[in-house]
Design a protein around this ligand. Structure first.
Ligand code: GAP
Length: 444
């Protein structure tokens, strides 16, 4: 994990937020490469979950949330973690994550055993709306994106004219005042979720739970996460929310242990019923064919953007060996991102920076590829070193413009380049005009 955290900072994937002021605990900023990786992940999720389907539409709800919404959902009263204080070092700790020695709970900071009784700590961030600071002006930063989907269910149904089963998808920020943020970005206080609420008839719930679990596993495989590091936990009844008839956690083997990436839960009609009761508004569905009116049930695949980015980074990290400038083997750090999510798809290198014709041709290749993908132009240093820099950030393809490209070694090679594959390090000679199609077909 240390190597990964260090690479993330060194190459501009993830930085500690407010670092120059000592950092803000549990809050992270994504650098130039991190934001590309994250955007590629979110765009692919949106494509698969919304654009490729007839039965899902999108929503972008507000972060600031009316307290009545979160009262009805149960968050105001029960969205808590058990907290204890260490009387010795004053640390605040999550009671359910404490290590025990000989059956006695211990503070992980100072080893102290003098801990208070556990009490519930609400994880929501509260804020004040408007100029007056009275209780009526309280608003919350949403702790999940799901609630705005339930609250807007009727509006979306009316405008989209969808028939059950259909879903509403959303990607956006969520905030939880975690007692102990930890494991890099894994448990943060500000993070993003990708959630789908898939509404259905009650009798379809269990089948759709199985269907969505399969779809979501496929998604992780399609973004390049190795199947052998993915696990499914069938959450036992006593650990599920009381309203859930079935929940699967999709877990990933992080270097710090097996942990949840996504929950796929059959939430019955709990959320819509709660909002019907609290708002007094009808959030039901009329089935034209059977002439029945009822409250839909829902299956919810809920994934974390930041956790998936971290899993992508951990899964991609590899070390092998490659020859240096003099042919001597050296250790190579290579991020084996699937081309679909790689921050930069293709790097473009003129063999020499001081040969005008090579540079001009390389700039031409850059202009040709740019409308199709994120490319990077690099003319600095020996070619081997330039390859190595791209391997370390996971760029799957490298194009080198050399004297053959200029036709200096035979007319048949004019306007051809070498296309290098990051993983095999093999190079093939291809025509410049074929590059957009060739690379595009591998990054979609
Ligand atoms: N609407 C259901 C829901 O929010 P959850 O299991 O609490 O369920 C869903 O959260 C996903 O959001 C988790 O599987 C995880 O990927 C992500 N997530 C939750 N808390 C997080 C945190 N503190 N930091 C980063 N990601 C988090």
């Amino acid at each position: 994990m240390e190597k990964i955290v260090s690479l993330c900072k060194r190459r501009g994937f993830i930085f500690q937020s407010s670092e120059i002021y000592g950092g803000l605990n549990g809050v992270w900023d994504y650098g130039p490469l991190g934001v590309e990786l994250k955007n590629n992940l979110k765009q692919y999720w949106w494509k698969v979950m919304v654009h490729d389907r007839d039965d899902v539409v999108g929503l972008d709800g507000a972060i600031l949330t009316h307290p009545a919404v979160l009262k009805a959902s149960g968050h105001v009263d029960t969205f808590t973690d058990p907290m204890v204080d260490c009387r010795t070092c004053k640390a605040r700790l999550r009671a359910d994550q404490l290590a025990e020695k000989n059956g006695v709970r211990q503070c992980p900071n100072c080893g102290g055993k003098d801990l208070t009784e556990a009490r519930p700590f609400n994880l929501m961030f509260q804020t004040q709306m408007g100029a007056s600071a009275d209780p009526a002006s309280i608003a919350y930063l949403r702790p999940e994106t799901a609630q705005s989907i339930f609250v807007q269910f009727k509006n979306v149904l009316d405008v989209s004219r969808k028939k059950l089963p259909f879903g509403i998808a959303q990607i956006g920020k969520a905030f939880r005042n975690e007692i102990n943020p930890r494991n890099f970005t894994f448990r943060s206080r500000e993070f993003e979720q990708m959630e789908l609420e898939y509404f259905c008839r009650p009798e379809q719930g269990m089948d759709l739970l199985a269907y969505w679990l399969k779809e979501r596993i496929r998604f992780y495989e399609e973004i390049g996460i190795s199947r052998k590091r993915l696990h499914v936990l069938d959450v036992p009844e006593k650990e599920r929310a009381f309203y859930s008839k079935g929940t699967f956690d999709i877990e990933y083997e992080f270097p710090f242990g097996r942990q949840e990436l996504e929950g796929v839960a059959y939430r019955t009609d709990y959320d819509l019923q709660q909002h019907i009761k609290a708002s007094g508004k009808p959030l039901d569905y009329f089935d034209e064919e059977t002439k029945e009116r009822f409250v839909p049930h829902v299956v919810e695949p809920s994934a974390g953007v930041d956790r998936t980015v971290l899993a992508l980074i951990c899964d991609a990290y590899d070390e092998d060996s490659a020859p240096d400038e003099k042919g001597k083997m050296e250790t190579r750090i290579v991020m084996r991102f699937h081309p679909r999510v790689a921050p930069i798809k293709c790097a473009i290198f003129p063999l020499l920076r001081n040969k005008e014709a090579l540079v001009a041709k390389a700039r031409e290749v850059q202009a040709l590829l740019r409308p199709h993908m994120n490319v990077f132009y690099d003319e600095g240093g020996a070619i081997g070193r330039r390859y190595r820099r791209q391997d370390e950030i996971g760029t799957p393809f490298g194009v080198t413009i050399d004297f053959e490209t200029l036709g200096e070694k035979g007319e048949e090679l004019r306007d051809t380049v070498t296309l290098r594959d990051r993983d095999s390090m093999k190079q093939e000679r291809v025509a410049i005009k074929d590059l957009p199609q060739l690379i595009s077909s591998k990054i979609r």
